[in-house]
Design a protein around this ligand. Structure first.
Ligand SMILES: [Fe+2]
Ligand SMILES: [Fe+2]
Length: 284
């Protein structure tokens, strides 16, 4: 039986990116820039996720759904803020974060203007599944074991919250009348776009640093991404499951990963005292 979606905790977290080494993942440029390229996409992406859920929930008039969306918005709002701080590091290294943001904003602006709100919602459902599947792989297999401790803590926190709220967008999508065909078609498009945007940014950073032809880095990178125990293999089952007509995010119960992560924290995370909507407004 599919588990009922867990309550979302409004954790207060902030990370020290200032002292993180340049190649923070095992001193390896490939894996470092892979995660950095992903991070560069997240603040604007997560803003789209929040807006698409709010837009659809506003027409459904269900206070329980509004509360779920407010908690989701809080978690994604804090992720967006911390990723902006993370991306400041990349800007300091000379990367054109502002130019990348402008181009992504233009795409997101066109998506937000679509008349059918189920399309941005389906995009959110698709990307939320990717982030949850990635989070599950990271936490279940300790993929960041050799990373800088602060970056490991950062990505583990984001992973845990992506798992915790993995049902939120899907819930709104279903309530808004979204069906499996649109959801699956949109996922195919999202995976394509993610590959192109992330690949371009990754290649740009590696080229600029003279690491694009670094064989040792590519060997480690290919093992990490495409190896038998690599990230894509670990996410493969989850990605395939999304294409089933009867897919539900909580058909795979991964909540134990959130509980185990929470148990490893040296102190329980402080919980936001303010209403989530007010907290998110500060983060825009
Ligand atoms: Fe997030
Ligand atoms: Fe998310």
């Amino acid at each position: 039986m599919t588990r009922a979606a867990p309550a979302l905790r409004l954790r207060v977290r902030s990370f020290r990116f200032e002292t993180v080494p340049t190649y923070w993942f095992d001193n390896d440029p490939w894996r470092t820039r892979f995660f950095d390229a992903f991070s560069s996409l997240l603040p604007i992406g997560e803003r789209l996720f929040i807006d698409s859920l709010r837009r659809s929930a506003a027409s459904l008039n269900d206070p329980q759904l509004d509360a779920l969306v407010a908690s989701f918005a809080y978690q994604e709002g804090v992720h967006g803020r911390e990723h902006r701080r993370y991306n400041d590091r990349l800007r300091a290294l000379g990367y054109d974060i502002d130019g990348w943001d402008r181009s992504q904003k233009a795409t997101v602006g066109r998506i937000s203007k679509l008349r059918d709100p189920r399309i941005p919602l389906a995009i959110t459902v698709a990307f939320e599944h990717v982030t949850a599947a990635m989070g599950q792989a990271i936490l279940e297999h300790d993929l960041l074991a050799t990373a800088d401790p602060e970056m490991k803590a950062f990505w583990s926190w984001h992973s845990a919250e992506e798992i915790e709220h993995k049902g939120a967008a899907f819930e709104v999508y279903q309530r808004a009348g979204g069906g499996p065909d649109l959801r699956r078609m949109v996922m195919a498009w999202c995976l394509f776009i993610l590959g192109i945007r992330m690949g371009r940014r990754f290649a740009h950073m590696m080229r600029k640093e003279g690491k694009l032809m670094d064989r040792a880095a590519w060997r480690a990178g290919m093992r990490f991404l495409l190896g038998r125990q690599g990230l894509l293999a670990l996410m493969g089952g989850d990605l395939r499951a999304f294409f089933r007509r009867d897919f539900h995010p909580w058909a795979k119960d991964a909540y134990h990963l959130v509980e185990q992560w929470e148990a490893r924290q040296s102190a329980p995370a402080a919980v936001a005292a303010r209403e989530p909507a007010a907290a998110v407004a500060d983060l825009s």
